[in-house]
Design a protein around this ligand. Sequence first.
Ligand SMILES: [Zn+2]
Length: 59
Amino acid sequence: MEENISPKEISFVCTCGKKLQLTLIGGQYQFSWQNKCECGRIWYLEDLSVEEEEVDETV
Ligand SMILES: [Zn+2]
């Protein structure tokens, strides 16, 4: 059984240096977090659990 722990907010530091909280926007199949920084940048983060890249090159 897989358990997905999705925090409602994620601390994030914008490239401009400002700290911001990405807030969870619910999805049916995956979660994502979004917020807009004061500098105007919009950050969009998708399901963190998928972030792991599979390096599967056994040659
Ligand atoms: Zn910013």
